[in-house]
Design a protein around this ligand. Sequence first.
Ligand code: GUN
Length: 299
Amino acid sequence: MSDAKIIDGKAFAAKLRERVAGEVARLVSDHGIKPNLTVILVGEDPASQVYVRNKGTQTEEAGMTSVTHKLDASTPEAALLELIESLNDDPACHGILVQLPLPDHIDESKVLAAIDPDKDVDGFHVINVGRLWTGQSALVPCTPYGCLMMLKEHFGGKLSGKRALVLGRSNIVGKPMAALLLAESCTVSIAHSRTEDLPERCREADILVAAVGRPEMVRGDWVKPGAVVIDVGINRVPAPEKGEGKTRLVGDVNFAEAAGNASAITPVPGGVGPMTIACLLRNTVVAACMQNGIDAPDI
Ligand code: GUN
């Protein structure tokens, strides 16, 4: 039986959205600036449609302007680049997000490179990646930033010297997560599918961040007693116990097992997931401030 603390990402994200809404109200009243987040969706990927709809709703709920461009799956790359160019030049647009994945005929790296780094609220532009790794002020990818916020709150800000292992090396989560933990003076390892002795490596970590996209891959005995576990995975798996054809969401960590060893752990759903859009809203406020020469709020 576990007594691990459950890190409530849903509640944390609600509080962050409240702080963002407060800053938006201040920007409107003191500066006449209403932050604008513009999202581009190419094609009809069902999961992307849900994400984009949620982003739009939460942007408006925070008092900001939400614009969504829905483009046909056959949109030529040049047309997408032209749209990004016009948004870069539009002072009313503060944040640009191109929903990934893109259709195969579009070169993702070319598209991400076309976004003005100061409007890159995803933090995916190589300029922002470079700024993050060199300790400069940057727009930072939302999911890892959300994980960091929860870790900082859990540890009362004291991450320095902790051994952190990030399982997964994606540009969206694994690599920026490692950079953020390093900037907090953690001793950081990045592990992945080719890592030798993976369970042992995980067991060395005071902070274990799982972002591999493999359902329940991290078992209970991979978790060091007392470690803090952040589960970034969102995997849909069959749930025949709920009825024929039913599914359920699980993380990259076997929650029931890991909770037996961890001192704190994020659940799936309700852990990291809700933090991503909340951090996107925060990045949009930060971007709007930067573009208008206003000190970015500490939110
Ligand atoms: N697709 C899945 N996650 C993300 C994200 O964080 N940003 C964008 N732009 N697309 C995604």
